[in-house]
Ligand binder design. Structure first.
Ligand code: UDP
Length: 237
């Protein structure tokens, strides 16, 4: 199971999660609520928080490439979308009174510090939320891979994937009311069943390095310290 008193956790937020019920972009009210939860964990519970934020609510490289943009260029556009989300979330966290540092894999010094591992570790030790943007900084990757990478290099106890539903189901619970939720699932079983946890390269790295993953509802993240948390633990051993 996930560690009861984690020192440091990585929170992967997809762009879609920030979209709420909107068709596109960012739901500012949702962002406010989400930041309260992040600040609760960081400031009041002393958990060091690393966030990796996606950009799918604004732009995805694959869709850009499908409409004729060069794939690498489209992926850079996707990475820039994560920067926009990061600025919005960073602002919301700061408004709740918690110090935050936006760190980018792509160099954009006017809006974010460049991601440097040792610097990120120092920020975390000082109680600052580290919000990483622009994924890995490389095209052909996703922010899921960036999340696993940052969780490993920043020695996080585990990674939380915040989604719209409270865990991993055998079918889409929004479409099929008979969908069954898994409390625990082995990574190989999830792969065999074609369950969408993360993309293949992210899963391969998590599996190789045995990074524990917990999937839960985005709006439940502050409960990760309590027994009442509902979600699915992905066994990567
Ligand atoms: N992206 C990339 N390299 C990375 C991370 C992201 O090229 O290391 C691009 C890619 O085009 C992707 C987009 O950024 O579609 C947005 O990221 P992602 O799809 O992972 O966002 P999410 O699904 O989490 O909202």
């Amino acid at each position: 199971m996930i560690k009861k008193h984690p020192k440091r956790v990585l929170l992967k937020l997809s762009g879609e999660a920030l979209q709420g019920s909107k068709e596109y972009g960012i739901d500012v009210k949702l962002l406010e609520k989400l930041s309260e939860k992040i600040v609760y964990l960081s400031r009041y519970k002393g958990v060091q928080i690393v966030i990796v934020i996606g950009g799918g609510n604004i732009f995805r490289g694959v869709s850009g490439a499908a409409s004729g943009i060069d794939r690498s260029q489209a992926d850079y556009m996707g990475m820039l979308a994560t920067v926009m989300n990061g600025i919005a979330l960073g602002d919301a966290i700061e408004k709740q009174g918690n110090s935050v540092r936006i760190m980018s894999a792509l160099e954009i010094p006017k809006v974010a510090e460049t991601f440097i591992r040792r610097r990120a570790l120092k920020h975390l030790e000082k109680g600052r939320v580290v919000l990483t943007v622009s994924g890995t900084g490389n095209p052909y990757f996703t922010t899921d891979s960036a999340a696993v990478l940052r969780a490993l290099e920043l020695n996080c106890d585990f990674m939380i994937k915040g989604t719209k539903v409270d865990g991993i189901y055998d079918k889409d619970p929004f479409v099929d009311s008979t969908a069954k939720k898994y409390e625990n699932i082995g990574i190989d079983e999830a792969l065999d069943k074609g369950l969408q946890i993360m993309d293949q390269s992210a899963i391969a790295l998590a599996k190789d390095e045995k990074l524990p993953i917990f999937v839960c509802k985005l709006m439940d993240i502050e409960k990760i310290l309590s027994k009442s948390i509902k979600g699915t633990y992905v066994d990567v051993t």
